[in-house]
Design a protein around this ligand. Structure first.
Ligand SMILES: [Zn+2]
Length: 642
């Protein structure tokens, strides 16, 4: 199965095009200004010896600059904006000056600990940062054909090959990402060492002898280094008192469970937190930090695409099934345990404590796309759609300049969109994902065409003869889809259309998942035909009726409650629309539901009207649109009168 570069697909969609425009014209520039304001870019100027100042931000903050460059490159690939190009060029030149002669680039060590490197791989994200650097280089090369950034990245990659190929099992990063980067680099360079190193990095997981002891040593060193940096900061402020007023933006608000620190240590020291608890072929359940988990699974699936292996595929399929049936929120959100930013146990899905970081659902999108490509099963594109419209989309505000980091499904207070966070990993991750949307709609080989997503778009693919394809759709509001096929010459082939799991005919009779959403009900409808240059339309009408999804009785926090969905969207009650009712205790009369498209609400959306059992109106909006109108309360799960 082959995939298309995003720029080969023209998107002209009433839902997505405005969002992509906000992404390209607002979000990416807002993010740049925030990176400058929070001194993330200055760290490279200090490392390059061009500026005096104190290095600010976490040890992994370099990755935010790289991820911005990655996103900017993908946006630039769609539309060559000169202002964006000049920002990218200045950053690339700066990275070149900050990078050490041998390819090493990690401002935390370069500034604070110039003679130390690779000494704290489990905690300090050094390889993770190099990974995002390399990914930016690949994206920039793919977007522009230019090699300036790619060449800097090759220097780094070659340093990693020199220092880590055939090294011991402890030489692997606590936060996966470098693996994905090396595989992407392998795909553009064909250099086998990069793939080999990516494979070794994942194969080393779960094989560090006496892991708790190993982790303890790194943990202690990490705290010593942290203390040292803190002291440096104090003496810097003593010399530069005007600097004392500088503060990074705040953390995201997360409701914490009891004993959260003890739980975190337990998880970290036993290796679960960073998927170091078992070798990869025994990791059949999603555990630990959910972004790391998603990047690990993505890397494994990418490796499988290069080198098929049944045992590893079966492990991935088991982990995926466990995730969707027992450890995923109805929104597709991942991570129920805020203390580890990761997975809890089976059915441990409290809506209010949910972490469900935006990056975790993005990581899952990457993984699901790879799985769709390997297995040709519709369930992966189905989950992709669900997580894209809900758990991912919710992360960026309507105007592209505010973000959610964690995404609970029930909010009493404290969670609002913010312009920036002390850990701003999600904004640029969203931007690079949205820019790549075109890649995820179609795939093909000589005899087959797959339609994964129903985004209004057109492309021409090479199936022996050029075949023009157009999708007409008004997703996610309307289920009617028209697909136009026009080969240059007469051609026989199969078209596989994803019939969504949420389509009425696919509904299971019993509750099969914790959340009530089951992507395994999706299937491809295969149409075998001979298509002629006159062109031909295929028409579908998916059922977007309002559906009531019950939480599994074993689920904490909302057992017996119900969530409303319509098509691929999850809905919720936001207090701003429901001032006269207590949204957490209201009893919905299920016979009262009806939908309505409201053109002037939140850029136009279908809302769901309902009534409580005592006849008060309820107004549900798509979950991804909540928190765009100031501080408010929200709940996805509601009480339904039986
Ligand atoms: Zn994030």
């Amino acid at each position: 199965m082959k995939e298309l570069r995003a720029r080969r697909v023209g998107i002209n969609d009433s839902f997505w095009s405005p969002r992509l425009e906000v992404n390209a014209e607002k979000a990416i520039f807002h993010q740049w200004r925030q990176l400058e304001a929070t001194l993330c870019i200055d760290n490279f100027r200090i490392a390059a010896g061009e500026k005096n100042g104190f290095r600010e931000g976490f040890f992994f903050s370099d990755s935010d600059a790289y991820k911005w460059l990655d996103a900017a490159s993908r946006i630039y690939a769609l539309q060559a904006d000169p202002e964006l190009a000049s920002l990218m060029d200045s950053l690339i030149a700066l990275l070149g000056r900050a990078q050490m002669e041998d390819g090493y680039l990690f401002t935390f060590n370069q500034i604070h600990f110039p003679n130390q490197r690779w000494i704290n791989l489990q905690i300090e994200h050094e390889l993770y940062c190099h990974g995002h650097f390399i990914e930016a280089g690949v994206s920039h090369y793919e977007a522009t054909g230019r090699r300036d950034l790619l060449d800097l990245c090759l220097k780094s990659a070659d340093l990693l090959v020199h220092d880590f190929l055939n090294a011991s099992n402890d030489k692997t990063c606590g936060h996966e990402e470098i693996e994905i980067a090396l595989i992407r680099l392998y795909r553009v360079t064909d250099k086998e060492e990069y793939l080999a190193l990516a494979r070794q990095f994942v194969e080393r997981r779960g094989r560090i002898p006496f892991f708790p002891l190993h982790f303890w040593r790194q943990f202690r060193r990490y705290h010593e280094r942290k203390l040292f940096v803190k002291e440096q900061r104090t003496s810097y402020i003593a010399e530069h008192p005007e600097y004392a007023s500088f503060h990074l933006p705040g953390d995201n608000y997360t409701r914490q469970v009891r004993f959260s620190r003890a739980r975190r240590y337990f998880n970290e020291f036993l290796g679960f937190y960073a998927q170091q608890h078992a070798p990869i072929r025994r990791q059949t359940a999603p555990v630990g930090h959910s972004v790391r988990f998603g990047y690990l699974e993505t890397a494994l699936a990418m490796i499988l695409r290069e080198r098929p292996e049944g045992a590893l595929l079966s492990t991935l399929e088991q982990a995926w099934a466990r995730m969707v049936t027992r450890r995923m929120y109805i929104t597709g959100g991942l991570g129920a345990a805020p203390e580890i930013e990761g997975f809890g146990g089976d059915y441990d899905l409290d809506p209010e404590y949910a972490y469900a970081e935006t990056c975790a659902s993005i990581a899952s999108l990457l993984w699901n796309w790879e799985m769709a490509m390997i297995t040709k099963k519709a369930q992966y594109s189905d989950l992709f759609e669900w997580q894209l419209y809900n758990a991912t989309n919710v992360g960026m505000g309507s105007h592209g300049d505010t973000y959610l980091y964690n995404n609970p499904l029930s909010v009493q207070q404290g969670v609002t969109r913010k312009e920036w966070y002390v850990v701003p990993c999600c904004p640029s991750n969203l931007s690079r994902t949205f820019a790549d949307l075109g890649k995820y709609i179609y795939s093909f080989d000589e005899e087959n065409l797959w339609i994964h997503q129903f985004v209004r778009s057109e492309t021409t693919i090479q199936m022996g003869v050029p075949v023009k394809i157009q999708i007409e759709s008004e997703f996610p509001w309307n289920g009617k889809v028209k697909i136009y096929i026009k080969p240059e010459n007469r051609k026989e082939f199969k078209i596989h259309i994803r019939i969504p799991s949420w389509n009425l005919s696919n509904q299971p009779e019993e509750q099969t998942t914790a959340s009530g959403y089951d992507p395994r009900q999706a299937k491809y409808e295969t149409i075998n035909g001979t298509y002629s240059p006159e062109g031909e339309y295929l028409e579908f009408n998916f059922d977007m009726s309002i559906r009531l999804r019950r939480a599994h009785p074993k689920v904490n926090g909302h057992a017996g409650k119900t969530a409303l969905t319509r098509g691929p969207l999850v809905y919720g009650l936001e207090s701003v629309d429901n001032a006269d009712v207590n949204i957490f205790t209201a009893q919905l009369d299920p016979s009262s539901l009806r939908d309505e498209f409201v053109p002037d609400l939140l850029s136009g959306c279908v809302i769901i009207h309902g009534k409580t059992t005592d006849n008060k109106p309820l107004k549900f909006i798509p979950y991804f649109l909540w928190a765009n109108r100031g501080a408010s309360q929200m709940t996805v799960w509601v009480n339904v009168a039986s």
